[in-house]
Design a protein around this ligand. Structure first.
Ligand code: ADP
Ligand code: ZN
Length: 747
């Protein structure tokens, strides 16, 4: 035995990462009795307080006796964080330039909000008789009858015995201990349900996915298929394969709170709903799901982007449904794109990943075309249903009269649809009554004092609302500037105003307005969506909330009220977004037994996006967009990062943004990137700094924002550059905040 070991206490040095804004784990001493391994959760002294942390590594040899370190306080009763998840956290932190502790927080927050200590253990009868049945034991089992789970205290009280009797019954196998009661399966299963027999294209796609899942290796797929082509049925087969092998599957969805239909369909297919994971799920339930994912008791999670950080112990498949959705991008706190990170997680897990969409993002299409992802395609709707017939309404020639937004041709189509007993969706991607309110006498416009935005009138609430910060004020009756009465005018339509027009045009129709302002929360919204599916409304007027994913069998007509909205925003992604959204919306028509039709109101039917939509020529659209991105060196042909500098006043924010730009140009030469000199002609391999300029929304919640855009060729190591820049730049002071957004979605 060496001298060092002899003098040691046998304690090990462990490095523990705390879920706080630090990048490196801290070292602690751990008594051998704790037998800590990487991934274990521990309680540690952190400064003056106690904190949780996760063991990142354990030293090979015992610590020398003189090691002057604090000691781990306790080990937590929590399943370990798998190595694959720890590797993923390290990777994500490096890629997004996030302190590692903050990346860890994404994974442990749910477990901590309802700490395991707070979870009761519950007991349930297994139905198995104990070896020895005493009268006391019989009383306990009688109390536990009926399949319900009880706490130890409740059972002991009911049977008039001590707690050790319960433990003995668990040892005998007559009771089972659980950390939480099982979730009841809500919604009745349909006993008559059997999955449709797949069509040839579906079958081929499913076969490819199933064999990838079975192969237990990283395998990325793009599953591209028009709306209603049966993509869900295809990836259900892949989930079934994962489950048959005892593995786990994660289905990511952009609007998980609204996917009741999906959950029911899943339950009908698999006999049980998947665990739901999003911010609307209670902390207790989330803690339970977290634990069950780590122990393998839970097999399928359907979740929002944060589900990506669950501690799955045997993840075999990730599905990213509607992979093109902007909702996958997280923009505050840790900025990450959940779709991209899902691909990375799948790589660490050696799992299959399916990105599913009718209109993939340009990035994903390019990855599929280059062979990095396997491209699976469904060209036609399932069940021999035709695609909806699309027709433009040229608003320059056939527009409605002033102050109206529904063209005569659309109005008569709606009337015919109602007469046939079918449903119409009028789509307008604008919440509220009117996007702008002004005074006709003095020209005063209502603007948010906290943000660079007009206030939107919401007539149902009699309020003016800021859609950026949520600020609400009463809509006055007189102009606050010139005090004229009856001079305030609403400009342009929102969904509420459209509902007013629909009520005049179709006085007997049952009309429902749906947008994210809908009162009553997700539950009520789910019920309304259900009612639409059952045919309780003739006309649904909605924003993008109703455009996506839903299946309304009786909906045969879609009217796009303003197809041009969003095309003029100047964002290079505007075309892609509009194309995707309009495809989604029109794709709601004709998903049931009757064929669908969509009328598209536009002032520019010859615009490439509208033309591609009308002709159904997605290939042409992608070819154009991809060529454009390639020429401009935009993602995925180049890389972007944004530095957003914000402060309470504009001058401070701008000054710091300029200091950052100067620091970037003053960086010493580095091997893995080169910054273009200001004013000189950049070389192809140079990193370009654009700005600083006012951010696309220059004022939000009272903070002024300046943006420095970093545009780099794919060969440059953007992360090294950003790290060097942050180290070299003056530290933000005086309330200045710098947010780094790698791969920003708005350019
Ligand atoms: P997507 O996910 O591509 O929009 P879905 O999987 O939701 O498509 O399928 C659209 C509709 O077609 C659903 O009502 C579904 O039940 C039905 N469907 C899917 N596959 C088949 C099939 N092979 N035969 C008949 N109907 C099918
Ligand atoms: Zn505001």
């Amino acid at each position: 035995m060496s001298v060092a070991e002899d003098q040691s206490t046998g304690a090990r040095v462990v490095d523990v990462l705390a879920p706080v804004a630090v990048d490196a784990p801290y070292s602690y001493l751990a008594p051998p009795a704790l037998a800590l391994a990487p991934g274990d959760s521990v309680k540690i002294p952190l400064g003056a307080r106690e904190a949780y942390g996760v063991v990142w590594s354990v030293a090979e040899t015992p610590a020398p006796a003189h090691a002057n370190l604090k000691t781990v306080a306790a080990r937590l009763d929590r399943p370990p964080l798998p190595q694959t998840l720890r590797d993923f956290i390290d990777w994500l932190a490096r890629y997004t330039l996030t302190p590692r502790g903050m990346a860890l927080r994404l994974a442990t927050r749910a477990a901590e909000e309802a700490a395991p200590e707070a979870l009761r253990t519950l007991y349930r009868a297994t139905g198995q008789a104990p070896e020895r049945l005493t009268p006391t034991r019989a009383r306990v089992l009688a109390a536990a009858e009926g399949g319900m789970a009880f706490s130890k205290k409740a059972l002991a009280e009911a049977a008039g015995c001590g707690p050790t009797v319960i433990d003995a019954l668990v040892d005998d196998g007559a009771l089972v201990a659980m950390t939480a009661p099982p979730d009841p399966v809500a919604g009745a299963l349909d006993p008559a349900y059997s999955p449709p027999s797949l069509e040839p294209a579906q079958f081929d796609a499913a076969k490819a996915l199933v064999s990838a899942v079975r192969a237990k290796a990283y395998a990325p797929f793009l599953l591209e298929g028009v709306t209603g082509s049966g993509k869900t049925e295809v990836y259900f087969e892949a989930i079934a394969a994962a489950l048959e092998d005892g593995g786990q599957a994660l289905v990511m969805m952009p609007e998980i709170a609204l996917t009741a239909q999906f959950l029911e369909r899943f339950a009908a297919r698999f006999g049980e709903k998947p665990a739901e994971w999003h911010s609307g799920v209670s902390a207790r339930k989330r803690a339970r799901i977290w634990r069950a994912a780590a122990t393998g008791k839970l097999s399928v999670v359907a979740g929002a982007r944060s589900a990506l950080f669950l501690p799955f112990c045997n993840l075999r498949l990730i599905v990213v449904d509607e992979e093109h959705e902007a909702a996958y991008k997280q923009d505050d706190g840790v900025c990450y794109h959940a779709r991209d990170m899902a691909v990375v997680r799948a790589r660490f897990e050696h799992a299959a990943i399916v990105l599913a969409s009718a209109t993939p993002s340009i990035e994903t299409r390019v990855n599929a075309e280059s062979g990095r992802y396997r491209h699976l395609r469904l060209h036609a709707r399932a069940g021999a249903r035709p695609m909806p017939l699309l027709e433009p309404i040229d608003m320059r020639r056939e527009g409605p009269s002033r102050g109206r937004w529904i063209a005569p041709r659309l109005a008569s189509a709606v009337a015919e649809t109602i007469a046939r007993g079918e449903q119409t969706l009028l789509f307008l991607n604008r919440r509220g009554y009117a996007p702008l309110t002004l005074c006709r006498d003095c020209g005063h416009r209502f603007r948010c004092r906290q943000c660079d935005a007009w206030l939107v009138e919401h007539r149902f609430r009699r309020a003016l609302v800021c859609h950026h910060c949520g600020h609400v004020e009463r809509r006055p009756d007189t102009c606050p500037e010139c005090h004229a009465t009856d001079s305030l005018a609403a400009c342009g339509p929102g969904v509420e105003r459209l509902a007013e027009e629909a009520a005049t045009l179709f006085p007997d129709a049952r009309v429902l307005v749906l947008s994210s302002d809908f009162p009553g929360g997700a539950e009520r919204l789910r019920r309304e969506l259900d009612d639409i599916a059952k045919g309780a409304f003739d006309i649904v007027i909605g924003t993008q909330l109703v455009a996506k994913g839903h299946n309304f069998p009786q909906l045969t007509l879609v009217g796009v009220v303003d197809a041009d909205l969003g095309l003029g925003s100047g964002d290079p992604r505007a075309s892609e977004r509009t194309f995707q959204l309009l495809n989604q919306v029109t794709g709601r028509a004709g998903r049931g037994d009757k064929p669908g039709r969509a009328l598209i109101q536009t002032f520019q039917p010859e615009h490439p996006v509208i033309a591609a939509l009308l002709s159904g020529d997605a290939e042409k659209f992608y070819a154009q967009e991809i060529a454009l991105r390639r020429r401009a060196g935009l993602p995925p042909y180049g890389r972007l990062a944004a530095l957003i500098v914000s402060a309470k006043d504009a001058a401070t924010a701008e000054a710091h943004a300029r200091a950052l730009a100067r620091a970037a140009h003053d960086l010493p030469p580095a091997p893995r990137y080169r910054v273009a000199a200001p004013g000189s002609l950049p070389e192809a391999e140079d990193i370009l700094l654009l700005g600083p300029a006012e951010a696309p929304i220059a004022l939000i919640r009272g903070r002024f924002r300046y943006r420095l855009l970093v545009k780099a060729p794919r060969s440059a190591d953007v992360q090294s550059f950003l790290r060097d820049l942050i180290d070299a730049a003056p530290k933000p002071r005086g309330g200045v905040r710098v947010q780094i957004d790698v791969d920003p979605q708005t350019f």
